[in-house]
Design a protein around this ligand. Sequence first.
Ligand SMILES: *Cc1c(COP(=O)(O)O)cnc(C)c1O
Length: 479
Amino acid sequence: MKYFSTRGYAARSEFCDVLLGGLAPDGGLYLPETIPAISEAELDAWRHLPYAKLAFEILSKFITDIPADDLRDICDRTYTADVYRHARAGEDPARIVPLRWLEPGKLGLLALSNGPTLAFKDMAMQLVGNLFEYVLDKRGETINILGSTSGDTGSAAEYAMRGKSRARVFMLSPHGKMSAFQRAQMYSLTDENIFNIAITGMFDDAQDIVKAVFNDAAFKARHRIGAVNSINWARQAAQVVYYFYGYFTATSSNSQQVAFCVPSGNFANIFAGHIARSMGLPIARLILATNENDVLDEFFRTGVYRPRKASETHVTSSPSMDISKASNFERFIFDLVGRNSETVAGLWKEIDAGGALDLSRTPFFARLPEFAFLSGKSTHADRLATIREVFERYGVMIDPHTADGMKVAWQHVASLPADVPLLVLETAQPAKFAETLREALGRDPEIPADLQGLEALPQRVEVMPPDAEAVKAFIAART
Ligand SMILES: *Cc1c(COP(=O)(O)O)cnc(C)c1O
């Protein structure tokens, strides 16, 4: 499988180069040249596979430059009950992503948050950590990973890379904008290869700095800068797996369809659902949920994509979705405009100049229904009410992000055919957001035993202004 860029760069890269490279040289995002179509026979053969085996089958479609035995070994080491060890009462840890029915056969929660950092980012990042280690070892290289996080990417990347001798991590986070538990998870790490930088600004400021550093080709090459942000194709590929696994868990035959509702920010998680559907997985609907930062909901309703400025970004109680410029959205627009990189390059010239994208009166917007998306938004009051209602009705605690998803799922569930189960992706465990759980329920969420006391540990973080040059200097001094 070869890769090219959404904006036309066509050097036909292999997966391992894409893995280490992050953004394509023309500023676009890498995509596989073709989306592999899954046959009926494959769907049948995959239905009862354990998670790690299914991961191997799907990933080997996208990764053809790692020998099959090595890739199988990497999947087997990554997707274990030991790594995804935070299953809760009633969940089978061997399933890696257990499904909890709230309304049997109708409405369920697919738990993607049982990994080391209690958020769905671990699903892909643990694999990416092991892939990096494998490829760097083979090549005798090292890498300095630069990333930005609104809360969960950073810790997932750090827990995937900690202790790996060939990688350092420089992670930018918005100063004071994450939950106490999220801060503790990242800033309490003492591994020598982990550097936390708190930017006095919003997540989008941090993301802009990362982009600026990546656009400095000389600096990037000199300091061997790599990315594990959600633009990294390897993460998309890894996320495709749980859509298949969730589908197989929720259905009894491949003639059935399912719908997924996905709490969204950077459009990474739900884009993997779009890929799964493009491969032929019977997905009736992909329902996108945002919080008050509703740039994506607005697009799916109106055809206008209007990235907000950092100053227009709301700080909410579902902070990992406080994103106003969805870095993965370009990949979807590429498909929407008929996989035409010239069109995308033109459209993104506007976006990169701070403008908006208005497709409302184009044939592209008219095509949107083919892609089966629905959308909706949720507010702080909705989150609190939803957390309360799910707890009262089902005795299940959900986190604020999952609550955004559940609120929007309820809004659309009646429009689905009766035989189409709706799975809400649980993107984090409530333990990460105790403040909001207390506000909603007047009680604390359960903290997994091995993470109790985390917030009391000493923290290590460098606070810096939103200035790309300052961040470069910090990196240069340590690499
Ligand atoms: C990252 C994250 C999201 C948003 O996912 P995207 O892939 O950025 O759309 C939602 N919920 C949680 C808990 C997250 O960590």
